[in-house]
Design a protein around this ligand. Structure first.
Ligand code: UDX
Length: 426
Protein backbone atom coordinates (compact mmCIF):
# COMPACT_ATOMS: atom_id res chain seq x y z
CA UNK A 1 0.00 0.00 0.00
CA UNK A 2 1.10 3.60 -0.59
CA UNK A 3 0.98 5.63 2.60
CA UNK A 4 1.84 9.27 3.25
CA UNK A 5 2.67 10.09 6.86
CA UNK A 6 2.38 13.74 7.80
CA UNK A 7 4.76 14.68 10.62
CA UNK A 8 8.31 13.41 11.08
CA UNK A 9 8.26 13.65 14.86
CA UNK A 10 8.46 10.82 17.32
CA UNK A 11 5.25 9.02 16.35
CA UNK A 12 5.47 9.81 12.63
CA UNK A 13 9.02 8.56 12.19
CA UNK A 14 8.54 5.38 14.19
CA UNK A 15 5.28 4.56 12.44
CA UNK A 16 6.65 5.39 8.98
CA UNK A 17 9.64 3.12 9.57
CA UNK A 18 7.54 0.24 10.86
CA UNK A 19 5.07 0.49 7.96
CA UNK A 20 8.04 0.38 5.54
CA UNK A 21 9.34 -2.72 7.34
CA UNK A 22 5.87 -4.26 6.84
CA UNK A 23 6.44 -3.82 3.09
CA UNK A 24 4.39 -0.70 2.35
CA UNK A 25 5.66 2.17 0.23
CA UNK A 26 5.89 5.01 2.71
CA UNK A 27 6.49 8.72 2.24
CA UNK A 28 7.05 10.69 5.43
CA UNK A 29 6.53 14.44 5.02
CA UNK A 30 7.27 17.37 7.27
CA UNK A 31 7.35 21.09 6.50
CA UNK A 32 10.58 21.40 8.53
CA UNK A 33 13.08 21.46 5.66
CA UNK A 34 16.13 21.08 7.91
CA UNK A 35 14.66 17.95 9.53
CA UNK A 36 13.89 16.40 6.14
CA UNK A 37 17.36 17.31 4.78
CA UNK A 38 18.89 15.58 7.80
CA UNK A 39 16.71 12.49 7.38
CA UNK A 40 17.65 12.27 3.70
CA UNK A 41 21.28 12.07 4.88
CA UNK A 42 20.42 9.40 7.43
CA UNK A 43 20.40 11.78 10.43
CA UNK A 44 17.57 10.91 12.80
CA UNK A 45 16.44 13.85 14.97
CA UNK A 46 15.29 11.71 17.92
CA UNK A 47 16.93 8.99 19.99
CA UNK A 48 15.09 5.69 19.73
CA UNK A 49 17.10 2.47 19.94
CA UNK A 50 17.32 0.73 16.55
CA UNK A 51 15.43 3.42 14.63
CA UNK A 52 18.34 4.96 12.73
CA UNK A 53 19.52 1.61 11.31
CA UNK A 54 16.01 0.70 10.20
CA UNK A 55 15.46 4.09 8.54
CA UNK A 56 18.73 3.81 6.59
CA UNK A 57 17.96 0.21 5.57
CA UNK A 58 14.41 0.97 4.40
CA UNK A 59 15.48 4.10 2.51
CA UNK A 60 18.10 2.00 0.68
CA UNK A 61 15.44 -0.57 -0.20
CA UNK A 62 13.28 2.23 -1.59
CA UNK A 63 10.37 1.56 0.74
CA UNK A 64 10.83 4.70 2.86
CA UNK A 65 11.05 8.23 1.45
CA UNK A 66 11.11 11.72 2.92
CA UNK A 67 9.87 15.02 1.54
CA UNK A 68 9.11 18.55 2.68
CA UNK A 69 6.56 19.02 -0.08
CA UNK A 70 3.53 18.44 2.13
CA UNK A 71 0.80 19.61 -0.26
CA UNK A 72 1.86 17.57 -3.30
CA UNK A 73 2.52 14.46 -1.24
CA UNK A 74 -0.88 14.60 0.43
CA UNK A 75 -2.58 15.10 -2.95
CA UNK A 76 -0.84 12.10 -4.52
CA UNK A 77 -1.27 9.43 -1.83
CA UNK A 78 -4.44 7.39 -1.22
CA UNK A 79 -3.77 6.76 2.48
CA UNK A 80 -2.83 9.74 4.66
CA UNK A 81 -1.72 9.13 8.21
CA UNK A 82 -1.63 12.26 10.39
CA UNK A 83 1.07 12.24 13.06
CA UNK A 84 1.57 15.93 13.80
CA UNK A 85 2.01 17.35 17.30
CA UNK A 86 -0.95 18.21 19.52
CA UNK A 87 0.77 20.13 22.33
CA UNK A 88 -0.83 21.47 25.50
CA UNK A 89 -2.02 25.06 25.66
CA UNK A 90 -1.68 27.17 28.83
CA UNK A 91 -5.18 26.22 30.02
CA UNK A 92 -4.39 22.49 29.66
CA UNK A 93 -6.44 22.04 26.49
CA UNK A 94 -5.00 20.52 23.35
CA UNK A 95 -3.65 22.74 20.56
CA UNK A 96 -5.11 21.38 17.33
CA UNK A 97 -3.67 23.98 14.97
CA UNK A 98 -1.29 21.53 13.23
CA UNK A 99 -4.13 19.05 12.73
CA UNK A 100 -6.30 21.81 11.28
CA UNK A 101 -3.56 22.83 8.84
CA UNK A 102 -3.28 19.25 7.52
CA UNK A 103 -7.05 18.95 7.22
CA UNK A 104 -7.16 22.17 5.19
CA UNK A 105 -4.49 20.84 2.81
CA UNK A 106 -6.34 17.54 2.36
CA UNK A 107 -9.64 19.32 1.80
CA UNK A 108 -8.15 21.68 -0.77
CA UNK A 109 -6.38 18.95 -2.79
CA UNK A 110 -8.59 15.86 -2.54
CA UNK A 111 -9.51 14.58 -5.98
CA UNK A 112 -9.92 10.83 -5.44
CA UNK A 113 -10.86 8.46 -2.59
CA UNK A 114 -8.62 8.73 0.46
CA UNK A 115 -8.43 7.04 3.82
CA UNK A 116 -7.41 9.68 6.37
CA UNK A 117 -6.03 8.19 9.55
CA UNK A 118 -5.48 10.28 12.67
CA UNK A 119 -2.58 8.89 14.69
CA UNK A 120 -1.97 12.01 16.79
CA UNK A 121 -3.63 12.02 20.20
CA UNK A 122 -6.67 14.29 19.85
CA UNK A 123 -9.50 15.17 22.26
CA UNK A 124 -12.76 13.22 22.04
CA UNK A 125 -14.85 14.58 19.17
CA UNK A 126 -11.95 15.78 17.00
CA UNK A 127 -12.31 13.11 14.31
CA UNK A 128 -16.08 13.70 14.17
CA UNK A 129 -15.25 17.38 13.69
CA UNK A 130 -12.90 16.46 10.80
CA UNK A 131 -15.67 14.39 9.19
CA UNK A 132 -18.14 17.24 9.58
CA UNK A 133 -15.68 19.85 8.29
CA UNK A 134 -15.12 17.86 5.09
CA UNK A 135 -18.86 17.51 4.49
CA UNK A 136 -19.45 21.20 5.18
CA UNK A 137 -16.73 22.03 2.66
CA UNK A 138 -18.76 20.16 0.07
CA UNK A 139 -16.53 17.07 -0.10
CA UNK A 140 -18.80 14.08 -0.84
CA UNK A 141 -18.64 11.28 1.73
CA UNK A 142 -17.80 8.71 -0.96
CA UNK A 143 -14.48 10.52 -1.45
CA UNK A 144 -13.05 9.90 2.03
CA UNK A 145 -13.07 7.84 5.19
CA UNK A 146 -11.84 9.22 8.48
CA UNK A 147 -10.15 6.74 10.83
CA UNK A 148 -8.99 7.24 14.41
CA UNK A 149 -6.02 4.93 15.03
CA UNK A 150 -4.22 5.97 18.22
CA UNK A 151 -0.69 4.89 19.05
CA UNK A 152 0.45 3.27 22.28
CA UNK A 153 4.21 3.71 21.86
CA UNK A 154 6.55 4.15 24.79
CA UNK A 155 9.64 6.26 24.18
CA UNK A 156 12.72 4.07 24.23
CA UNK A 157 10.62 0.99 23.41
CA UNK A 158 8.61 2.37 20.52
CA UNK A 159 9.87 -0.13 17.93
CA UNK A 160 9.19 -3.06 20.23
CA UNK A 161 5.69 -1.69 20.88
CA UNK A 162 4.87 -1.22 17.20
CA UNK A 163 6.21 -4.66 16.24
CA UNK A 164 4.49 -6.37 19.19
CA UNK A 165 1.20 -4.53 19.72
CA UNK A 166 -1.19 -5.83 22.37
CA UNK A 167 -4.15 -4.46 20.37
CA UNK A 168 -4.86 -2.42 17.25
CA UNK A 169 -7.54 0.21 17.76
CA UNK A 170 -9.48 1.63 14.81
CA UNK A 171 -12.35 4.06 15.13
CA UNK A 172 -14.37 4.46 11.94
CA UNK A 173 -17.70 5.82 10.71
CA UNK A 174 -18.32 3.05 8.17
CA UNK A 175 -17.06 -0.46 7.41
CA UNK A 176 -15.62 0.69 4.07
CA UNK A 177 -11.96 1.14 5.16
CA UNK A 178 -11.83 -1.99 7.38
CA UNK A 179 -10.25 -4.37 4.86
CA UNK A 180 -7.45 -1.88 4.16
CA UNK A 181 -6.92 -1.19 7.87
CA UNK A 182 -6.65 -4.91 8.64
CA UNK A 183 -3.68 -5.08 6.24
CA UNK A 184 -1.93 -1.96 7.50
CA UNK A 185 0.03 -3.47 10.39
CA UNK A 186 1.64 -6.83 10.99
CA UNK A 187 -0.53 -7.65 13.95
CA UNK A 188 0.84 -11.00 15.17
CA UNK A 189 -1.67 -12.25 17.72
CA UNK A 190 -2.90 -8.77 18.64
CA UNK A 191 -6.68 -8.42 18.53
CA UNK A 192 -8.43 -5.65 16.62
CA UNK A 193 -10.69 -3.24 18.45
CA UNK A 194 -13.14 -1.64 16.04
CA UNK A 195 -15.13 1.21 17.50
CA UNK A 196 -16.49 4.67 16.75
CA UNK A 197 -14.20 7.63 16.00
CA UNK A 198 -14.69 9.05 19.50
CA UNK A 199 -14.46 5.58 21.09
CA UNK A 200 -10.92 5.17 19.72
CA UNK A 201 -9.92 8.65 20.89
CA UNK A 202 -11.14 7.83 24.38
CA UNK A 203 -9.39 4.44 24.51
CA UNK A 204 -6.11 6.31 24.00
CA UNK A 205 -6.82 8.88 26.72
CA UNK A 206 -8.13 6.28 29.14
CA UNK A 207 -4.94 4.20 28.71
CA UNK A 208 -2.60 7.04 29.55
CA UNK A 209 -4.78 8.39 32.33
CA UNK A 210 -5.03 4.93 33.88
CA UNK A 211 -1.23 4.58 33.84
CA UNK A 212 -0.93 8.02 35.45
CA UNK A 213 -3.51 6.99 38.06
CA UNK A 214 -1.51 3.87 38.93
CA UNK A 215 1.61 6.00 39.44
CA UNK A 216 -0.14 8.55 41.65
CA UNK A 217 -1.72 5.68 43.61
CA UNK A 218 1.78 4.25 44.13
CA UNK A 219 3.03 7.66 45.24
CA UNK A 220 0.18 8.06 47.72
CA UNK A 221 0.84 4.58 49.12
CA UNK A 222 4.53 5.50 49.45
CA UNK A 223 3.52 8.55 51.49
CA UNK A 224 1.47 6.27 53.75
CA UNK A 225 4.42 3.85 53.99
CA UNK A 226 6.63 6.76 55.08
CA UNK A 227 4.29 7.59 57.96
CA UNK A 228 4.15 3.98 59.17
CA UNK A 229 7.85 3.34 58.46
CA UNK A 230 7.16 0.56 56.00
CA UNK A 231 9.44 -0.05 53.04
CA UNK A 232 7.41 0.76 49.90
CA UNK A 233 9.43 -1.86 47.99
CA UNK A 234 7.84 -4.57 50.18
CA UNK A 235 4.37 -3.16 49.57
CA UNK A 236 5.01 -2.95 45.81
CA UNK A 237 6.16 -6.57 45.78
CA UNK A 238 3.18 -7.87 47.72
CA UNK A 239 0.68 -5.78 45.78
CA UNK A 240 2.12 -6.66 42.38
CA UNK A 241 1.83 -10.38 43.00
CA UNK A 242 -1.95 -10.18 42.78
CA UNK A 243 -2.62 -10.87 39.09
CA UNK A 244 -5.62 -8.52 39.24
CA UNK A 245 -3.25 -5.68 40.10
CA UNK A 246 0.17 -6.54 38.61
CA UNK A 247 3.50 -4.84 39.38
CA UNK A 248 3.69 -2.48 36.37
CA UNK A 249 3.45 1.28 36.71
CA UNK A 250 3.55 1.10 40.49
CA UNK A 251 7.08 2.49 40.91
CA UNK A 252 6.81 5.33 43.36
CA UNK A 253 9.13 8.32 43.12
CA UNK A 254 9.37 11.80 41.67
CA UNK A 255 6.24 11.24 39.61
CA UNK A 256 5.38 10.92 35.95
CA UNK A 257 6.59 13.21 33.16
CA UNK A 258 7.19 13.01 29.44
CA UNK A 259 5.29 14.29 26.46
CA UNK A 260 2.14 12.23 26.97
CA UNK A 261 0.92 11.38 30.47
CA UNK A 262 0.76 14.95 31.92
CA UNK A 263 -0.56 16.42 28.65
CA UNK A 264 -3.27 13.78 28.13
CA UNK A 265 -4.44 14.05 31.73
CA UNK A 266 -4.89 17.83 31.38
CA UNK A 267 -6.49 17.54 27.98
CA UNK A 268 -9.06 14.93 29.07
CA UNK A 269 -9.91 16.99 32.16
CA UNK A 270 -10.39 20.02 29.90
CA UNK A 271 -12.62 18.07 27.50
CA UNK A 272 -14.79 16.79 30.37
CA UNK A 273 -15.05 20.29 31.86
CA UNK A 274 -16.19 21.70 28.54
CA UNK A 275 -19.20 19.38 29.00
CA UNK A 276 -19.65 20.57 32.63
CA UNK A 277 -18.27 17.28 33.92
CA UNK A 278 -15.95 17.36 36.94
CA UNK A 279 -13.06 14.89 37.00
CA UNK A 280 -12.34 14.39 40.70
CA UNK A 281 -10.10 11.35 40.23
CA UNK A 282 -8.08 12.98 37.45
CA UNK A 283 -7.68 16.11 39.60
CA UNK A 284 -6.32 14.05 42.49
CA UNK A 285 -3.93 12.17 40.19
CA UNK A 286 -2.58 15.50 38.95
CA UNK A 287 -2.36 17.02 42.41
CA UNK A 288 -0.37 14.10 43.80
CA UNK A 289 2.00 14.25 40.84
CA UNK A 290 2.42 18.01 41.16
CA UNK A 291 3.45 17.72 44.81
CA UNK A 292 5.95 14.87 44.56
CA UNK A 293 8.98 17.13 44.16
CA UNK A 294 8.01 19.19 47.19
CA UNK A 295 7.76 15.94 49.15
CA UNK A 296 11.28 14.87 48.22
CA UNK A 297 12.68 18.31 48.99
CA UNK A 298 11.06 18.04 52.42
CA UNK A 299 12.72 14.66 52.87
CA UNK A 300 16.06 16.17 51.94
CA UNK A 301 15.56 19.04 54.36
CA UNK A 302 15.25 16.60 57.29
CA UNK A 303 19.00 16.02 56.83
CA UNK A 304 19.92 19.34 55.26
CA UNK A 305 17.63 21.99 56.81
CA UNK A 306 19.20 24.96 55.02
CA UNK A 307 19.62 24.24 51.32
CA UNK A 308 21.01 27.67 50.42
CA UNK A 309 24.49 27.43 48.91
CA UNK A 310 24.60 23.64 49.30
CA UNK A 311 26.09 21.64 46.46
CA UNK A 312 23.52 19.12 45.28
CA UNK A 313 24.19 16.56 42.55
CA UNK A 314 21.31 15.22 40.49
CA UNK A 315 21.78 11.92 38.67
CA UNK A 316 19.48 11.53 35.67
CA UNK A 317 17.68 14.44 34.04
CA UNK A 318 15.55 12.79 31.32
CA UNK A 319 11.88 12.09 32.10
CA UNK A 320 12.69 8.37 32.27
CA UNK A 321 15.68 6.16 31.42
CA UNK A 322 16.34 5.06 27.84
CA UNK A 323 15.55 8.41 26.22
CA UNK A 324 17.13 11.83 25.71
CA UNK A 325 13.75 13.54 26.15
CA UNK A 326 13.54 16.30 28.75
CA UNK A 327 9.90 17.24 28.11
CA UNK A 328 8.01 17.60 31.42
CA UNK A 329 10.87 15.82 33.14
CA UNK A 330 10.37 15.66 36.93
CA UNK A 331 14.18 15.79 37.26
CA UNK A 332 14.29 19.15 35.49
CA UNK A 333 11.48 20.49 37.70
CA UNK A 334 13.45 19.28 40.73
CA UNK A 335 16.60 21.06 39.50
CA UNK A 336 14.62 24.28 39.02
CA UNK A 337 13.34 24.11 42.59
CA UNK A 338 16.83 23.40 43.94
CA UNK A 339 18.15 26.44 42.05
CA UNK A 340 15.34 28.58 43.47
CA UNK A 341 16.40 27.52 46.96
CA UNK A 342 19.90 28.77 46.23
CA UNK A 343 21.59 25.39 45.75
CA UNK A 344 24.61 24.94 43.51
CA UNK A 345 23.38 22.17 41.23
CA UNK A 346 25.64 19.65 39.52
CA UNK A 347 24.17 17.05 37.20
CA UNK A 348 25.04 13.91 35.34
CA UNK A 349 22.95 12.09 32.74
CA UNK A 350 24.19 9.39 30.36
CA UNK A 351 22.27 10.92 27.40
CA UNK A 352 22.11 14.66 28.07
CA UNK A 353 25.14 16.88 28.51
CA UNK A 354 24.03 20.48 28.44
CA UNK A 355 21.18 21.10 30.84
CA UNK A 356 21.26 24.84 31.51
CA UNK A 357 23.85 27.51 32.16
CA UNK A 358 22.83 27.51 35.86
CA UNK A 359 23.76 23.85 36.25
CA UNK A 360 27.26 22.36 36.19
CA UNK A 361 27.00 19.36 33.89
CA UNK A 362 29.43 16.46 34.08
CA UNK A 363 30.32 13.70 31.67
CA UNK A 364 31.34 11.36 34.49
CA UNK A 365 28.91 10.28 37.20
CA UNK A 366 31.60 10.02 39.93
CA UNK A 367 33.13 13.39 39.09
CA UNK A 368 29.66 14.91 39.41
CA UNK A 369 29.45 14.08 43.15
CA UNK A 370 32.86 15.54 44.09
CA UNK A 371 32.42 17.85 47.06
CA UNK A 372 28.62 17.51 47.05
CA UNK A 373 26.45 17.77 50.14
CA UNK A 374 23.80 15.45 48.72
CA UNK A 375 23.17 13.20 45.76
CA UNK A 376 19.63 12.83 44.41
CA UNK A 377 18.85 10.00 41.97
CA UNK A 378 16.08 11.50 39.84
CA UNK A 379 15.99 9.05 36.90
CA UNK A 380 16.70 5.36 37.28
CA UNK A 381 19.36 4.81 34.60
CA UNK A 382 20.84 1.29 34.72
CA UNK A 383 24.37 2.53 35.45
CA UNK A 384 23.23 4.01 38.79
CA UNK A 385 21.87 0.70 40.02
CA UNK A 386 25.17 -1.05 40.63
CA UNK A 387 27.57 1.82 40.84
CA UNK A 388 30.71 2.05 42.96
CA UNK A 389 29.31 3.49 46.19
CA UNK A 390 32.68 3.59 47.94
CA UNK A 391 33.92 5.91 45.19
CA UNK A 392 30.81 8.05 45.65
CA UNK A 393 31.44 8.20 49.40
CA UNK A 394 35.10 9.11 48.97
CA UNK A 395 34.24 12.04 46.69
CA UNK A 396 31.27 13.55 48.52
CA UNK A 397 31.56 16.24 51.18
CA UNK A 398 28.51 15.08 53.15
CA UNK A 399 27.05 11.63 52.68
CA UNK A 400 23.35 12.06 51.88
CA UNK A 401 21.92 9.91 49.08
CA UNK A 402 18.26 10.51 48.25
CA UNK A 403 17.02 7.77 45.95
CA UNK A 404 13.94 9.45 44.48
CA UNK A 405 13.28 6.47 42.18
CA UNK A 406 13.75 3.69 44.70
CA UNK A 407 16.13 2.04 42.29
CA UNK A 408 19.23 1.19 44.33
CA UNK A 409 19.69 -1.22 47.22
CA UNK A 410 19.74 0.98 50.32
CA UNK A 411 21.64 -1.60 52.38
CA UNK A 412 24.55 -1.65 49.89
CA UNK A 413 24.69 2.15 49.92
CA UNK A 414 24.61 2.31 53.74
CA UNK A 415 27.41 -0.26 54.00
CA UNK A 416 29.71 2.32 52.42
CA UNK A 417 28.94 4.76 55.20
CA UNK A 418 26.46 6.81 53.19
CA UNK A 419 23.13 8.04 54.58
CA UNK A 420 20.49 6.51 52.32
CA UNK A 421 16.93 7.79 51.98
CA UNK A 422 14.53 6.06 49.62
CA UNK A 423 10.87 6.18 48.70
CA UNK A 424 8.51 5.27 51.51
CA UNK A 425 11.43 4.37 53.73
CA UNK A 426 14.24 6.06 55.58
C1 UDX B 1 3.43 6.79 27.61
C2 UDX B 1 2.59 5.52 27.47
O1 UDX B 1 3.19 4.48 28.26
C3 UDX B 1 2.49 5.10 26.01
O2 UDX B 1 1.64 3.97 25.88
C4 UDX B 1 1.92 6.26 25.19
O3 UDX B 1 1.77 5.96 23.84
C5 UDX B 1 2.79 7.50 25.38
O4 UDX B 1 2.87 7.81 26.79
P1 UDX B 1 6.03 7.39 27.61
O5 UDX B 1 5.61 8.82 27.71
O6 UDX B 1 7.11 7.00 26.68
O7 UDX B 1 4.76 6.47 27.22
O8 UDX B 1 6.51 6.96 29.08
P2 UDX B 1 6.13 5.85 30.14
O9 UDX B 1 7.07 4.74 30.05
O10 UDX B 1 4.69 5.54 30.14
O11 UDX B 1 6.49 6.68 31.49
C6 UDX B 1 5.83 7.91 31.77
C7 UDX B 1 6.33 8.51 33.06
O12 UDX B 1 5.89 7.77 34.17
C8 UDX B 1 7.86 8.59 33.20
O13 UDX B 1 8.20 9.86 33.73
C9 UDX B 1 8.19 7.49 34.18
O14 UDX B 1 9.36 7.75 34.94
C10 UDX B 1 6.95 7.51 35.07
N1 UDX B 1 6.69 6.23 35.74
C11 UDX B 1 6.44 5.12 35.00
C12 UDX B 1 6.67 6.19 37.13
O15 UDX B 1 6.88 7.19 37.82
N2 UDX B 1 6.38 4.97 37.73
C13 UDX B 1 6.12 3.85 37.02
O16 UDX B 1 5.87 2.82 37.65
C14 UDX B 1 6.16 3.92 35.61
Amino acid sequence: MKICIVGAGYVGLTTATALAVFGHEVLCVDRDQAKIDGLLQGKVPIYEPGLEDLIIENCKENRLHFSSNVKESIRDYPIILIAVGTPSQNDGSCNLSFIKQVIEIIASTINNYKIIITKSTVPPGTNEWIQQTFLEMGIKDDLFDIVSNPEFLREGRALWDIFHPNKLVFGTKTDRPLEVLKKLYQKGSAPFVFTSLTGAELIKYASNVFLATKISFANEMARICDVFQVDYADLHKGLGMDPRIGPDFLNAGLGFGGSCLPKDLSSLKHSALSHQLETKLLDAVMEINDTQIELYLKKLSTELPDLADKQITVWGVTFKPGTDDLRSSPAIALIQQLLQKGCRVHAYDPMVQLISSDVTSHSNQYESVSNSDALIIATEWEQFLNCNWSEVKSRMKRSIVLDARNCVDGEIVRRQGLQYMGVGKR
